[in-house]
Design a protein. Structure first.
Length: 195
């Protein structure tokens, strides 16, 4: 008999005294005790082919999935080999994501709108070549670095004495809002609408 079939019986045997003591007649005389059920692992805990396909489909649905991740995930779904899918989810996905992340930060170096802080942090990340640090920076650090560079760009606009009062007001409003989204919106859209 497999252990995963025995686990519910063991759990019921362990929980029965706790449930009995929690009934109204015993509740006044004793405090309930915390019961932990040990985890049972077996070979049936591994995901089946459908679970693997769903996991890969979720990765494909993620807008942050780059070209290599997308290409490899589609190839795995086409091949429909559960062992290859499992191996890719365990190791290959991380490798493909790391390559896509390096491409994403390298593109930031080529972007003429990238400011000093973004460029400095991207160069430091490329020098360190740590996939986890690159992923974390893309998820949170890029937004912060870009916001600082956007503040500097707006300050340069405000330093121009010939700007219109409407543009000055819009720039100051973006700085007062001080969210990365407001700063970026002003630089990409807002300044052209009021100029």
């Amino acid at each position: 008999m497999r252990l995963h079939r025995v686990a519910p019986g063991i759990a019921a045997g362990i929980l029965a005294p706790a449930l009995l003591l929690a009934t109204p007649s015993f509740a006044a005389t004793s405090a309930p005790t915390a019961v932990t059920v040990p985890a049972v692992s077996s070979s049936t805990d591994e995901p089946d082919a459908d679970d693997l396909r769903v996991a890969i489909a979720r990765i494909l649905a993620d807008p942050d999935s780059g070209r290599r991740v997308t290409r490899e995930a589609n190839a795995l779904l086409d091949a429909n080999d559960p062992e290859a899918m499992r191996a890719w989810l365990e190791t290959g996905y991380r490798i493909a994501q790391a390559e896509d992340d390096r491409v994403a930060i390298t593109r930031l170096l080529a972007d003429p709108d990238s400011g000093r802080r973004v460029i400095a942090e991207v160069n430091a990340l490329l020098d360190a070549n740590d996939p986890d640090a690159i992923r974390a920076w893309l998820e949170t650090g890029y937004r912060i670095a870009q916001a600082e560079d956007d503040r500097v760009a707006i300050a340069r606009i405000l330093a121009d004495p010939s700007i219109s009062p409407a543009l000055r007001a819009a720039a100051n409003a973006a700085l007062d809002d001080n969210t990365p989204e407001a700063l970026r919106h002003f630089l990409e859209v807002g300044r052209y609408q009021v100029a």
